[in-house]
Design a protein around this ligand. Sequence first.
Ligand code: FMN
Length: 349
Amino acid sequence: MELVNVFDYESLAQTSLDAGTWAYFAGGADDEITLRANRRAFEQVQLRPRVLVDVSCITMNTRVLGIPVEMPILVAPIGFQGLAHPDGECATASASTKTIMIVSTFSSRTLEEIAQVATGPLWFQLTAPNRLWTERLVQRAAAAGYRALVITVDAPRSGRKEAAQRLDFHLPAYKANFGDEPMGNGFTSLPTWSSLAWLRSLTSLPIVLKGILTAEDALLALDHGMDGIIVSNHGGRQLDGVPATLEVLPEIIEAVNGRCEIYMDSGIRRGTDVLKALALGAQAVLVGRPIIWGLAVNGADGVANVLDMVRTEFEQAMALVGCSTLTTINPSFVRRMVFNGYLNGYHRS
Ligand SMILES: Cc1cc2nc3c(=O)[nH]c(=O)nc-3n(C[C@H](O)[C@H](O)[C@H](O)COP(=O)(O)O)c2cc1C
């Protein structure tokens, strides 16, 4: 069967992984209300195409934190990619040519090994057990050429994935980035607003907070000198019952008012999803699980193909909606179908 979209990769990935591993990758927290809401939100935003625009030449080149990328579609941090393919994050990095890959602290390969084979820019998603490890990892990431730090703020503990639990799935003991050195007594100093100043003082790398869902926290991120925000609900894997990110994006865009860069993830599967997120104000999106599907099915080639599918669909969506550059995408290209969320940022017709 020819694979024509990322959902085809999803079906094939499911058959190629054992049930427990699949449940770990696919699952959301608890009742998976948020997991479902992420997709539903995209389905409930409609497009308002403008016609007779010259779309013979579409360009989607942009900059993310000043880094040139060939598309506004980034690779989300996902830990333990070795469970999907023996080459793990090295395969993903070698396939992420046109864009930024964000490497999880819980990568199956070391951050240095990944940097060696990367074909595009890298950011490092930092989760450290204590201040000593924070300093070490920040230093190592900078030395290996990572261009920004991503601090995941929605996971002071891990959401429960019940399907994986039922299948008695357990993650393997983690080693790669920590080697055989003792990590100390578990994760004793998770970041708080009050420790961000210390983190800021450690490095001149830009810092991005991932997992913001309210205007209040977006404003705090600005107060703390953060360079970017990823509006994310962790793909529905953390607090079940939070809204889809597409629904909260407008309130955050409005509150931040251009003072830092804003990206979003959770549920991006189609080129039209990218268009909807950008129309509502995101500067770029991150793709999560589809990367794993590509990796599980066909390693680096699978990841490259998945990224290419989303890119090609987005290019098609730009042409059909009447936008030849990213700067022409704005809220007038979307309308709200059903949900009674925040109205600002939507075209009211
Ligand atoms: C299996 C899996 C592992 C993940 N591991 C991490 C991680 O280590 N760090 C992190 O910040 N986010 C992690 N995430 C969240 C992703 O970065 C991203 O927010 C999410 O997958 C986006 O939603 P999507 O899968 O619907 O595209 C993980 C997600 C999945 C599915």
